[in-house]
Design a binder for this molecule. Structure first.
Ligand code: AMP
Ligand code: MG
Length: 277
């Protein structure tokens, strides 16, 4: 396929949460064949997307105008690390940053929940990937009642306004829910036990969290419904198959950057007359 972005919109729209009312994760497949791609073209297509993304990122950096925020959320083992490793390989590390959000440190916990997040948002020309995000404060916090319900309830509106402000100040926001099935999570946890090279990733706390799967589904449905907007859309990424997942995120990010119609900054006048001695 010559232009990988050609049929993109039709395809991406299928997974974009456009009408948050009545949004249910169960309506989205965690495993979906990419019908417009033939298996034999898959690798080549992924590679051409990576190349295109590298060119767009160079432009973004040079133009120094837009800021790009990519939010990755998903159940444990959903593939957040895999997306970071595969989708963004080959682009200039100078313009890209990853911010991972773990259990808040005592200092972070003493501040409001957006304090640590806001500091990590992208500057002009930058792409920042959030490995988990402010959404944890309406997800794990909700599931485990880590804050009073009344306080959590207010956060949906606060996040909505926070993201709106960021976009009004020049940010492009793309939010990805990496959607895996309960069964696929079991397979991945087992692989972490069985494969010596993956043992280090095994965290028995993940087994505890797995018991809260239905509560997480509910919390995600509520969070996504409340914060899916035209300016900061959520994509429900079919993620049972890593290749499909990476392809999807690559495509969405590349398409969003492509739409910015970026230009290299105008050069100084009369470059042709300059002599280097
Ligand atoms: P991982 O991403 O596997 O390194 O795990 C990070 C852990 O930090 C996950 O269990 C998250 O749920 C947890 N975490 C991230 N942000 C918060 C938060 N704001 N409050 C409580 N736990 C959090
Ligand atoms: Mg983990």
């Amino acid at each position: 396929m010559k232009n990988p972005l050609k049929k993109t919109n039709v395809f991406l729209n299928k997974y974009r949460v456009g009408s948050p009312k009545g949004f249910r994760l169960a309506d989205f497949p965690p495993d979906d064949s990419l019908k417009f791609i033939q298996k034999k073209d898959e690798d080549q297509l992924i590679q051409s997307l990576q190349e295109k993304l590298a060119v767009l990122q160079a432009l973004l950096y040079a133009e120094h105008k837009h800021k790009v925020l990519i939010v990755l959320q998903g159940m444990d083992t959903a593939g957040k690390d895999g997306v970071i490793k595969h989708v963004f390989q080959g682009i200039n590390p100078q313009g890209v940053r990853v911010a991972a959000f773990k259990v808040p440190t005592p200092e972070e916990a003493d501040h409001d929940y957006l304090w640590r997040v806001h500091q990590k948002t992208p500057a002009k020309g930058e792409i920042v990937i959030f490995n988990r995000s402010h959404y944890e404060d309406v997800l794990v916090t909700r599931v485990h009642h880590l804050a009073p319900d009344k306080l959590i309830e207010k956060r949906y509106g606060q996040i909505h306004h926070f993201e709106k402000m960021l976009t009004e100040e020049g940010a492009i926001i793309l939010k990805f829910f990496l959607h895996i099935s309960f069964e696929e999570q079991a397979r991945r946890l087992r692989a972490r036990l069985d494969n010596p090279e993956k043992n280090w990733k095994f965290n028995s706390a993940d087994l505890q969290e797995r018991k809260f799967w239905p509560a997480y589904v509910q919390a995600y449905e509520k969070a996504i419904s409340a914060t899916a907007t035209a300016w900061a859309p959520w994509y429900i990424v079919p993620s049972d198959q890593p290749k499909q997942r990476n392809f999807f995120v690559s495509l969405a990010v590349t398409a969003a950057l492509d739409q910015l119609n970026m230009r290299y900054p105008a050069p100084e006048q009369n470059l042709k007359n300059i002599k280097i001695v």
